[in-house]
Design a protein around this ligand. Structure first.
Ligand code: ZN
Length: 543
């Protein structure tokens, strides 16, 4: 009797396991259809060598931004303005140029149809410092702008004077062809992105907002085409940033009785602070898979089978995935609000107990979390009233010390879809996917005038190249100089001429704050067609 029951249970379990395995397999096979190859498109052939030379001239001007305004070399910025006037006479004859806070630039290129929403291309004029000493490791000095071995070398060639030169080259070319876009095109070049963008991009955005400007879309730096982006995937991946993480710096302050170190209390300021920092590090903010899932729903088909199986079945393997992704710094930053202790200060003499100990911890906030929730999670983790937790600068969480994650651009919007298609046409080997920018860019300041801030630079880079940004031997190949300008020309031609139908606002919905923006996009993701948009409206129907 018992034997029969056990056999039945065994068979039942076996069937269940088989069923489960089949289900997992089916989900894996159906997961993320492969991306269709792009149709062939002719891009304008640009002479990369001469673009590289002009970029080299821009690199030579040391437009380094510093928090201390006295250290900023204003003449370098003015020199860059003059260089642009010399190199791009058409741009300066036909576009309106405004100088914002002495060093930032805003150009307006009037479109034929002022009723259409304008588009904007942005980049920044400033760079981070670079070590110019002999021992620095730079093969060619960082501000030489030298052309050698097929590259233009120096600080700003990737981040991101290339973007400024690339856009100006494209506009100059189009003006020479007598092209005028249907939509007004703004070019915005801030001068302080590397220190927060307050006087550059933020001021430009506020100025445009005060004029009532609402953009169709904005294109800034943030993503690019990266070889080796995904381990195990041999194709380059073009990542288009559709949002960026928020930011929060907090001071942890402990004040306790100081005194002579010969008779210390059982707990000291340093000890209490150290425990608080340690508990933040040991108890990371919760992991959320939504962002990675969204990215993988575009790229899944290229993943090796086992990885694909995990992503296709997060209902079962979610926990395992979180654990695995946490092991890589970059992926860990994509699944959670990160915790980074960056400053610690206490004590001044080896035999005196300090009465005060302070640390600064920097958090990069994942969409889904916000300033308030992160602050609360910090207090919860420290759970010690002796540790006072306050904003690093200012009195409020929001402001100089922090900001929420930026709005998520709509991946169903024609502006995104056009950009994605152009990217595929320009880089036929690449997979294209939206993603979350982990660092900060100027684009977040433009949230006041657009929900469609897209972050993408059309250049192919290796993971090693990515490491040279803010590092040593930053350089851009002559080939990519050419590629980039050809892309910007096509971008302005296409996006600048998008028909007015795309400007019609959908019915007012609740504000989109969750990531990803649209659930139903999962199904058809990656392969949206644009046929409807390509069709010219019937002349007779348009009165
Ligand atoms: Zn940058």
């Amino acid at each position: 009797m018992i034997g029969t029951i056990l056999t039945s249970i065994g068979i039942g379990l076996g069937v269940l396991v088989l069923f489960l395995a089949a289900f997992i397999l089916l989900k894996t096979v159906l997961y993320s259809p492969p991306q269709k190859p792009a149709e062939h498109k002719e891009f304008v052939e640009v002479d990369g060598e001469s673009v590289a030379e002009r970029l080299g001239l821009a690199v030579q001007l040391k437009t380094i931004s510093y928090h201390d305004p006295k250290k900023v070399d204003g003449n370098a910025f003015l020199g860059l303005h003059r260089l642009f006037q010399t190199l791009y006479p058409q741009v300066h004859a036909k576009l309106t140029r405004e100088i914002i806070n002495d060093y930032s630039l805003l150009y307006t290129w009037e479109g034929k149809d002022p009723s259409l929403k304008p588009i904007m291309l942005t980049s920044h004029l400033d760079v981070v410092p670079a070590d110019e000493s002999e021992e620095s490791g730079w093969i060619h000095p960082p501000f030489s702008g030298e052309i050698a071995d097929g590259y233009v070398w120096g600080r700003g060639t990737l981040d991101i004077k290339s973007g400024v030169i690339g856009v100006l080259e494209a506009v100059e070319y189009l003006l020479k062809q007598d092209f005028q876009p249907e939509r007004t095109v703004y070019l915005g070049f801030g001068h302080d992105e590397e220190i927060g963008g307050e006087y550059g991009a933020m001021a430009i955005a506020e100025l445009l907002a005060s004029r009532g400007v609402k953009l169709g879309s904005l294109l800034d730096e943030g993503g690019s085409v990266i070889n080796g982006f995904l381990p195990g995937v041999d194709r380059p991946v073009a990542v288009i940033g559709i949002s960026e993480k928020g930011y929060l710096s907090l001071i942890l302050n402990v004040e306790m009785d100081g005194g002579h170190s010969s008779m210390p209390a059982q707990e000291t300021a340093i000890g209490v602070l150290a425990r608080a920092v340690a508990s933040l590090e040991l108890n990371p903010m919760p992991a959320h898979l939504e962002v990675v899932e969204f990215l993988m729903s575009y790229l899944g088909s290229a993943l090796p089978f086992w990885q694909r199986m995990l992503f296709a079945n997060t209902w079962l393997f979610g926990g395992l995935l979180k654990q695995r992704l946490s092991e890589t710094n970059m992926l860990n930053a994509t699944i959670r609000t990160t915790t980074a202790p960056t400053i610690i200060e206490a004590g001044m003499k080896d035999n005196i107990l300090p009465a005060k100990a302070e640390a600064v911890v920097n958090f990069r906030i994942l969409p889904g979390d916000d300033l308030r929730s992160v602050y609360e999670m910090v207090l919860e983790r420290i759970a010690d009233e002796r540790v006072k937790v306050t904003p690093y600068q200012g009195d409020t969480l929001e402001g100089e010390s922090g900001w929420d994650p930026s709005p998520v651009a709509d991946t169903d919007s024609p502006f995104y879809l056009r950009l994605a298609r152009l990217t595929k046409e320009a880089f036929p080997d690449a997979l294209v996917a939206p993603y979350l920018v982990l660092g900060g860019t100027d684009a977040r300041h433009y949230a006041v005038i657009t929900d469609n801030a897209l972050r993408f630079t059309p250049i192919l880079m290796s993971m090693a190249d990515v490491g040279t940004v803010h590092g040593v031997n930053e350089k851009l190949s002559i080939e990519e100089c050419s590629h980039m300008v050809g892309f910007y020309i096509a971008y302005i031609q296409e996006l600048g001429n998008l028909s007015g139908e795309v400007d019609i606002e959908p019915e007012e919905e609740e504000e989109i704050l969750v990531f990803p923006p649209e659930d139903d996009a999962y199904a058809e993701m990656g392969e949206r067609e644009l046929e409807e948009l390509d069709e010219e409206p019937d002349k007779d129907e348009v009165e």
